[in-house]
Design a protein around this ligand. Structure first.
Ligand code: PHE
Length: 453
């Protein structure tokens, strides 16, 4: 095993750790995916399955990844080599994570590009109309224009790249520390505004009243995929971030806090959207276009509508920032640590590669609209492959590694901060979930969702 030794940057304060980790979890997943998927798949029924998947798989895997990273103080790939040098093949989990990072960013930066474009378009007022046909046509114009699609994606990539170059503490930590409070503030303001609308009761009823008739194996897999995507687990992000954690950070507590805060953001996003949708007679099942077509149409009917549309897309851009930083950090940390490449070079290389791969997603609604694999455009394929296959599989192997391979004593040692925390009950419950509950849940949902059993 040879790893290049480089001096490592890390998060500096407890608050910084929470801001960065929560910044990774909160993202377009809360604002774009969560409401759209909830709207499509039966409201609260979907939320319940999502919550169960979070408790039985997402959260324990998040804790597992943080433990691995903090102990190895290494990137997602090197972690497995450091912790288990006997068998190098475990590092494949990290390698798959680096691949997933590229695939996620390929479509994520595109959606983030639309969000940023919409901030400007909303400011100038040209996407505002109470008629969804008009807002739909405006969205269509943006996504079918190959130049605009590529341009906005590149703007986002460069912006994220610059923060990454600034480093872990001066870039990621300080940015997320400033942005997270702003995000909560905007979300709460929009939520309060929405709760005073006449359709508030109908919106909340939709959000909290389960309709299980829409639940199928595929829906359960989608809900579990969302749980992985939301907590940024199964692809090495939390291993990488764990490696920047301080040794006295209480990992299970941090993970639970991040999970709860992230869930709060999702629910608040639902409260910021569905009451307005019901008030103005729109359908909640609009899917991914809910954010770009329904929101501008609905919000522009409210008093001070333009302010709220701008605020909403600023919120989206802020949320996307912390998430993209954490995904890009996975390959950058790997290149930096493994090959001793400087952060600047590692970032430039990653951004250039991403611009290339990402363009196939960016052009999925124009030049490459008819290029389909398994009936999906590249954009949809990257999304499906990562959330519904790679992340659950990555999570499954991480559970097996932590629960069965790495060794109980080692898990107990990191989990208790080498004996400083007296949390033996937490350790037993954690080990039970990671050894049995999580792997079985993931396997069954994966096989049913993909119609293999
Ligand atoms: N959790 C982020 C979101 O909800 C997405 C993400 C996925 C971030 C994987 C990091 C790793 O938007």
């Amino acid at each position: 095993m040879e790893t290049t030794k480089v001096k490592r940057d890390s998060f500096t304060t407890g608050l910084g750790v929470i801001a960065a980790t929560l910044g990774s979890a909160v993202g377009l997943g809360n604002i774009w995916k969560f409401p759209a998927l909830t709207g499509l798949n039966g409201g609260a029924a979907f939320i319940i399955i999502y919550l169960l998947s979070t408790l039985m798989a997402g959260l324990p895997i998040m804790i597992s990844e943080l433990l691995l990273g903090r102990r190895s103080k290494s990137d997602a790939l090197t972690t497995f080599r450091v912790l288990y040098p006997k068998r190098e093949s475990w590092a494949l989990i990290g390698a798959a994570g680096v691949v997933s990072a590229f695939l996620i960013l390929a479509f994520y930066t595109e959606v983030a590009g639309w969000v940023v474009a919409y901030v400007f378009k909303a400011l100038s007022g040209n996407i505002l109309s109470s008629d969804p046909k008009v807002t739909g046509a405006a969205f269509e114009r943006l996504i079918t224009d190959p130049y605009q699609s590529i341009l906005w994606q590149c703007v986002v990539l460069v912006y994220v790249g610059i923060i990454i170059i600034l480093g872990v503490s001066k870039g990621i930590e300080s940015t997320t520390k400033k942005l997270m409070p702003v995000l909560f503030l905007i979300l709460v303001l929009i939520g309060i505004r929405n709760l005073t609308l006449p359709g508030a009761a109908a919106g909340l009823n939709f959000l909290f009243h389960p309709d299980f008739s829409k639940v199928t194996g595929a829906v359960v897999l989608t809900a579990m995929g969302l749980a992985f995507f939301k907590l940024s687990v199964g692809m090495g992000t939390m291993i990488t971030y764990g490696s920047y954690f301080r040794d006295d950070q209480n990992i299970p507590m941090t993970a639970v806090r991040v999970m709860l805060a992230d869930l709060t953001v999702s629910i608040l996003a639902g409260i910021a959207i569905f009451p307005a949708v019901f008030t103005y007679g729109f359908k909640p099942e609009a899917g991914p276009s809910l954010l770009f077509i329904t929101i501008p149409a609905v919000f522009s009917q409210m008093p001070f509508g333009r302010v709220f549309v701008v605020a909403f897309f600023v919120l989206g851009a802020i949320a996307a920032t912390g998430a993209m930083l954490s995904i890009m950090e996975v390959p950058v940390a790997y290149l930096h640590q493994r090959f001793g490449v400087s952060r600047v070079k590692a970032t430039v290389l990653t951004v250039v590669l991403l611009a290339l791969i990402g363009s196939t997603a960016a052009l999925s609604n124009s030049v490459l609209a008819n290029f389909k694999v398994f009936g999906m455009t590249m954009f949809d394929l990257y999304d499906f492959l990562t959330s519904n296959l790679l992340m659950p599989l990555g999570g499954l192997f991480i559970c097996i590694f932590v629960g069965w391979v790495w060794g109980k004593e080692k898990v107990a040692a990191v989990l208790s901060n080498d004996g400083a925390l007296h949390n033996s009950a937490v350790i037993s419950i954690f080990l039970f979930i990671v050894r049995y509950v999580a792997p079985v849940t993931i396997l069954v949902i994966l096989l049913r969702g993909l119609k293999i059993i």
